[in-house]
Structure formats: C-alpha cells, structure tokens
Design a protein around this ligand. Structure first.
Ligand code: NDP
Length: 272
C-alpha cells in the first residue's frame, strides 16, 4: 500500500509550521513541510525533530510555476497522489503603492494558490481534503464592495475564469487608483482573500461532479494569530491558529458539512 501524504504550503514558520506539527501527531502518513527556502525548511524540520516528530520537507515557491511542477512530480513519483493539501502560504504586503500591493498580494495569495491547486488537484485521491487558508478579511472585503461588485462575486454559478478576471480587474484598477470607484474594497489583502474564499466555493462545485469520490475543499480563517505577518500582535498562538485548518484537513470520510464552506473556529460562517 502506498504511503498517505499531507502537504502544507508556507510551513517553515507561523501557522503553517503549527499545522505541520499537529498533522505529524494526528495524520497517519508522511507530512511534507514546504517553504521557499531550503535552509528555512531544514531549520523548521530540525525544530520538529527535537520534539520527536518526523516531517519531510520540499522547497516550494507558490509564485513560481516551475517550483510547483517540481513538487507535483516529486509527489506523483513518491506517493502516487495527495491525501491532504493545506494552502497556507500567504503574504500581507504593506510596502509600496496600492497598485504594487494589489499586484504582489493578489499575485501570491490568489494567483499562487490557484496555480498550486490547478497543478496539484489532478493528484488528489478520492477522500482527499483541501484547506485554503483565507481570512475574515475576505468577509470584510465582500461586505465593503459596492452592491454591484458584491453580486458579481456572489453569482452562484461564477466560474474560475470569471473570478480570475475580477481579481485581475481589481489589480488593474488599483494600479490606476480607480479600484474604489469601480466598487472594489480598498485593501489588497482583503481582496486577495476574497478571491481565495470564492475560489474554494467554485472548486467544491467542480469537484462535486468529479469521478473521484468524496473530495472536500474548505476555506477558513485561523483567527488573529501572533506571527510575523501580524507583527506578533494577534492573541492566538500558532497552535491555536492551526486548530481549524487541521480540523478541516482531517474531516472524516463521507463528510457532507463543512464542504465548500468558509469556516472559522470550526464553525461554518455566513459569508458575504
Ligand atoms: P507568516 O508570515 O508567519 O508565514 C507565512 C508563510 O508563507 C511563511 O512560511 C512564508 O515563507 C510563506 N510564503 C510567503 N510567500 C510564499 C510563496 N510565494 N511561496 C511559498 N511560501 C510563501 O504568516 P502566518 O502564519 O500568519 O499566515 C499563514 C496564513 O494564514 C496566510 O495565508 C495568512 O494570510 C493567513 N492568516 C493569518 C492570520 C494571522 O492572524 N496571522 C489571520 C488570517 C489569515 P517565508 O518564510 O519564505 O517568507
């Protein structure tokens, strides 16, 4: 029998690191800690080994298609498929003009995550679980878009191409400082996570008609967590932040809810 495998992106530190730690304790199979820098991945693995845990690691930059393809080939050759994928890697870029921030933040959080999914989803095994780490900021973003824009994002049959076009429209508008006039929320991070949440709804809809049975995708907010991203201001520890993502990653066979939902504190949220 082939070894089961869980992959966590952006896991050399922060919430992703704690997700790997928790999965190492609870998941029967290999857990692959991924991150941009081999050095930082190795250091993270060493910290977990000190705790008696044995994650594997693989370098992955979600902004780089060739890096994603390398991971795909590695996983295909060594495991034949994927049991758990946690898309945790993300940035909150506070430097530069609004146009620059929209480009980089949506580039990694939306386009990078989508690229990982498009490349790795063909490897998902029946009963696979996918967790897209989004944010409550996505809820704020959808609620603060204009009514017209909100209805575009909330179309029940919105396609991935339509969503991608809207996120691209936001980036283009931000570069001309025209995004608020066009009805978008003003903050790039919130808009990028709005994209991640809606992406999740679309992915589940698509997977519901996939021949592989029982694949479940959910988006979540980990809560406000003390990490480098928040300048260590959040009240939650990384272990507490990992709780909901890990709960979603380990949903049992045949789960019908949460499924294609946005979840916080292990609870489905009314979104938008
Ligand atoms: P950190 O900044 O501590 O960690 C982010 C991780 O993502 C790091 O491992 C970082 O790697 C990695 N990363 C960044 N860009 C890339 C990339 N292009 N390719 C691969 N990995 C990348 O953040 P958090 O742990 O706080 O955040 C984790 C997730 O949780 C993010 O998606 C964030 O948006 C989300 N979130 C966090 C909240 C919080 O309160 N902390 C609240 C809501 C959501 P490197 O070390 O190389 O930079």
């Amino acid at each position: 029998m082939t070894t089961r495998v869980a992959i966590v992106t952006g896991a050399n530190k922060g919430i992703g690191f704690a997700i790997v730690e928790s999965l190492c304790k609870q998941f029967e199979g290999d857990v692959i800690l991924t991150g941009r820098s081999e050095e930082r991945c190795k250091a993270a693995v060493a910290r977990l080994q000190e705790k008696g845990l044995s994650p594997k690691y693989y370098t992955l930059d979600i902004d780089d298609s060739s890096s994603i393809t390398k991971l795909k080939n590695f996983v295909k050759d060594n495991y034949g498929g994927i049991d758990i994928l946690v898309n945790n890697a993300g940035i909150s870029n506070k430097v530069g003009t609004i146009g620059q921030r929209a480009t980089t933040t949506c580039g990694t959080n939306y386009f990078g995550t989508l690229n990982v999914c498009n490349t790795l989803f063909p490897l998902l095994k029946p009963h696979a679980r996918v967790v897209n780490v989004s944010s409550m900021a996505s809820q704020e973003a959808i609620s603060k878009c204009s009514e017209e824009m909100r209805s575009k994002f909330k179309q029940p049959n919105i396609t991935m191409d339509e969503l991608t076009a809207l996120i691209q429209q936001f980036i283009d508008a931000a570069q001309n400082d025209d995004h608020e006039k066009q009805g978008f929320f003003l903050k790039p991070y919130g808009m990028s996570k709005l994209g991640v949440t809606v992406m999740t709804f679309i992915q589940q809809r698509e997977l519901n008609t996939d021949p592989r049975e029982d694949i479940v995708v959910n988006a979540c907010c980990p809560g406000y967590v003390a990490t480098d991203m928040t300048l260590h201001k959040g009240p939650k520890t990384i272990t507490e932040g990992a709780d909901t993502p890990v709960y979603l990653a380990l949903l049992p066979s045949g789960t019908t809810s949460p499924k294609g939902d946005f979840v916080s504190e292990r609870t489905i949220q009314n979104w938008g």
